[in-house]
Design a protein around this ligand. Structure first.
Ligand code: CTP
Length: 414
């Protein structure tokens, strides 16, 4: 499947400055993924970067000219003015320096202006993201650290390099993170002015696991995908997001991830984290029943008998009902969204659930449809509002459904 476009990157022009580190080859993947996601990517290369990768490579993956000469003018019509360093900076949404060498960081920190990148960086008024990448002791050197501190002080966002093996064979801190991590930070930088800026959102995701003994549990088919898409959409809208998750999917960059297993653990985490939240989205498939007793030791079979244990179930706490109680006392969160997976009488059951659980919105989905609900990447839902509204959304990816829900939450919080 082709990479899904990222709404936050549409109509955005991103300056990707590539400097002379061996990690320059990784910037090709970054340029490609950003382009596929919908951004217009203008690559600026330093002379040293061209020792590692050619301009043609970036030109091929971005479909746009590559800029590498301070004295060049631009006649492509892709920039607001033909003077390259001014045209590149003007109207750009973000300047990303990846990989950033120690030399480039020193120049940017001190305002030197002797090549296209350093001059453009001075002319740019957009946020700046810097992803250092270097070998050996260079990153830890006090001079590099002092320059990083200067850059931070000037408002630059620094992406922490990773620890591991370098091309030299040495190991240490200084590796450029994976493309997905870099894009996560780029999204965070672009989201700062979104509709949920300054708001706190709590999302739950995944199917809870109710333990039977130390190795076995009862769970359900929820993958957590819809909850994770909601967390990412809230993040892209500028919110501070806490994701209370029973799923093993990786936590999106910038999200405060709280892993939990059982309904009881999830309830405790939710009640604690909503005390500061503006909105709660309960996308988790919380088990309604758990094994009544959890054995301390693994339940063993008897070799000489066909006998099997009988498992007695008990009810789990209804998290949304306890949220309703806490909200009645404290008045927060202002917006609570529930989800209903139904296999029959979708709208009647969903409306009753919305009222019983005191929700502002309920996202109802019919789990009998093959292209909606558990495990798949698409969903088909109806959004019910406490005001009696009923909005069906056409079949769409879980990402697009999440964006529509987050838009509703943002307008309810105005
Ligand atoms: N939910 C919850 N605590 C539970 C079960 C569910 O907070 N113990 C939440 C879910 O996260 C979801 C909503 O309640 O947002 C509806 O979940 P669903 O399982 O569809 O509803 P139930 O209340 O369990 O009703 P039913 O038994 O009819 O399916």
């Amino acid at each position: 499947m082709a990479q899904e476009t990222i709404t936050l990157l549409q109509n955005k022009r991103i300056l990707l400055a590539v400097t002379g580190s061996i990690a320059a080859y990784k910037a090709v993947d970054l340029a490609s993924k950003l382009t596929q996601a919908g951004a217009a990517v203008d690559v600026i290369m330093t002379e040293a970067a061209e020792r590692f990768v050619t301009p043609l490579t970036f030109q091929a993956v971005t479909g746009r000219p590559v800029y590498n000469n301070l004295w060049q003018t631009d006649s492509s019509g892709g920039l607001p003015t033909h003077i390259a360093h001014v045209g590149l900076a003007e109207g750009a949404s973000l300047l990303v320096v990846a990989p950033a060498t120690a030399n480039t960081m020193a120049k940017l920190a001190h305002g030197l202006a002797d090549d296209l990148l350093s001059v453009t960086a001075l002319a740019a008024r957009c946020p700046v993201v810097v992803a250092p990448a270097m070998d050996g002791g260079m990153y830890d050197h006090p001079a590099t650290q002092a320059n990083l501190a200067l850059l931070r002080g000037q408002g630059a966002i620094i992406i922490e390099p990773e620890t591991g093996r370098f091309a030299s064979g040495l190991a240490g801190k200084g590796r450029l993170p994976e493309t997905s991590t870099l894009i996560g930070h780029i999204r965070l930088a672009l989201a700062k002015t979104g509709t949920l800026a300054g708001k706190q959102v709590v999302v739950t995701a995944g199917g809870t696991r109710e333990p039977l003994d130390p190795v076995r549990f009862i769970t359900n088919r929820s993958s957590g995908k819809q909850g994770y898409a909601l967390a990412q959409a809230a993040l892209d809208a500028g919110a501070a997001v806490t994701l209370i998750t029973a799923s093993d999917l990786p936590i999106p960059v910038g999200v405060n991830g709280i892993p939990v297993a059982s309904a009881g653990e999830m309830q405790q985490a939710v009640l604690e984290h909503i005390t500061k939240a503006d909105a709660l989205l309960m996308a988790a498939a919380v088990a309604d029943f758990r094994p009544k007793d959890r054995a301390d030791q693994k339940i063993k079979k008897k070799d000489d008998s066909d006998e099997a244990p009988v498992i007695t179930l008990a009810r789990t706490p209804d998290i949304l009902m306890s949220v309703k109680e806490q909200r009645a006392a404290q008045g927060i969160p202002r917006v609570v969204v529930g989800f209903a997976a139904e296999s029959e009488h979708l709208l009647t059951h969903a409306r009753a659930k919305l009222e019983r659980k005191g929700l502002d919105f309920l996202i109802a989905n019919d789990i009998t449809a093959a292209d909606a609900g558990f495990e798949v990447d698409t969903n088909r839902v109806v959004i019910l509002g406490a005001d009696g509204s009923q909005t069906p959304l056409a079949l769409a990816t879980k990402t697009r459904i999440a964006e529509a829900i987050i838009e509703l939450v943002a307008s309810a919080l105005i």
